[in-house]
Design a protein around this ligand. Structure first.
Ligand code: KIV
Ligand code: ZN
Length: 387
């Protein structure tokens, strides 16, 4: 039976940690409403203690969201947890996300503490959060670099204290996919009670492996993936929501599924990019402007004959209207004929042969031959000859 992978969107919290990308509450509400409509299971709305603005955003999002669980972040600190609980007062399904650094580097350098004391703080934080809400997610920050035996101990203690979800962040994007997958498997095999809770993958993209690591986690037992639209986030970003969802839909069909309405992906990507002022790279998987654009003659010829020759995803499935055939100096006659037909000209082979050298000379002088250029060539070469 196909297993559901829960999508935890953190565009408005971890995603918003991109330098210079602060959103005001009004903008967050627009994005949150669409995320809820798109079908995310959990929406991390912010870090309420961090500023009055963030508190207000979490509170307003809690009032607005109809279906998703609304989550607020906190450190393992009482005043943070209480503040998160207050900001979530109006949520239909509130979740407090609390936790602490668990790697030796965090324990020593950040907290000047010991493993035992950190474990006690984790347990106290989960218990305190549990006094406000039923749904408590515990994060073991820098779990990617945390010794597995200690990680299993602290995760088990958090579950015993009442955690409903255990988040295993690769905070620094350090792990390789086989290592992160093995870490999740280790927890599945060694933590008492883990089968009663969700295991969450939260990966950063410092080595470009966030998506691969998240998928490895799912393959080894994670039931929730934390991600952002366009993969935005601290430093090199977080796992990209659109990539994880389309990998699950496309390559893991029958084994796993998500509830995301994928035709909303392109529009959501544009919305987040516009509101946050972060441009999406053209070659970004799934949502980049070139994700379904073909410019070399060989590929264009294939796609015109059958889309599947060079596309593994139907663009309509992610909200892109059509595959685009970009006319450049690498294009062949079939691409010219294809575009000309869309412009109302059914060109014969002889006409195409006539046009081709003119097309190439225009194409060599600019990056892309547009409709206007092509019509001009057809008019001067074909129609003039016929006159
Ligand atoms: O990357 C990380 O460890 C985080 C936690 C606060 C969940 O974002
Ligand atoms: Zn993070």
């Amino acid at each position: 039976m196909s297993k559901k992978v829960h999508i935890f969107d953190t565009t408005l919290r971890d995603g918003e940690q991109v330098p210079g990308c602060k959103l005001v509450t009004k903008e967050k509400l627009i994005i949150a409403e669409q995320l809820d409509l798109m079908g995310v299971d959990v929406l991390e709305a912010g870090f309420p203690i961090s500023s009055p603005g963030d508190f207000k955003s979490v509170e307003e999002i809690s009032k607005l969201v109809k279906n998703a669980t609304v989550c607020g972040l906190s450190r393992a600190v009482k005043k943070d947890i209480k503040c998160a609980a207050e900001a979530l007062t109006y949520a239909k399904r509130p979740r407090i996300h609390t936790g602490i650094g668990t790697s030796d580097s965090h324990i020593r350098a950040k907290f000047n503490s010991t493993r035992e004391k950190i474990l006690e703080r984790a347990v106290a934080a989960v218990k305190y959060a549990k006094s406000f809400v039923e749904d408590v997610e515990f994060y073991a920050e820098d779990a990617g670099r945390t010794d597995n035996e200690y990680l299993a101990r602290i995760v088990e203690a958090a579950i015993k204290a009442g955690a409903t979800v255990v988040n295993i962040p690769d905070t620094t994007g350090y792990c390789l996919p086989h290592e992160y997958g093995a870490k999740i498997q280790y927890l599945v095999e060694h933590v008492k009670g883990i089968h009663k809770v969700h295991i969450s993958a939260h990966c950063h993209n410092d080595l470009g492996l966030a998506t691969a690591n998240s998928i490895a986690a799912v393959e080894h037992g994670a039931t929730q993936v934390e991600c952002t639209l366009n993969g935005i986030g601290e430093r090199a970003g977080n796992t990209s929501l659109e990539e994880v969802v389309m990998i699950i839909n496309h390559r893991k069909k029958g084994e796993f599924y998500t509830d995301i309405k994928t035709p909303m992906l392109k529009g959501m990507s544009e919305l987040v990019s516009t509101k946050m002022g972060v441009v999406v790279q053209a070659n970004k998987a799934i949502v980049g402007d070139n994700a379904f654009a073909h410019s070399s003659g060989i590929h264009q010829d294939g796609v015109i004959k059958s889309r599947e020759t060079y596309e593994i995803i139907n663009p309509k499935d992610v909200g892109v209207d059509f595959s685009s055939i970009v006319l450049t100096a690498r294009s062949g006659r079939s691409a010219i004929a294809y575009r000309a037909k869309h412009l109302g000209h059914n060109l014969s082979k002889v006409q195409l042969d006539l046009i081709y050298p003119h097309f190439l000379s225009v194409a060599d002088s600019k990056k892309e031959v547009n409709n206007e250029d092509l019509l001009k060539i057809i008019k001067t070469v074909v129609l003039a000859k016929a006159a």
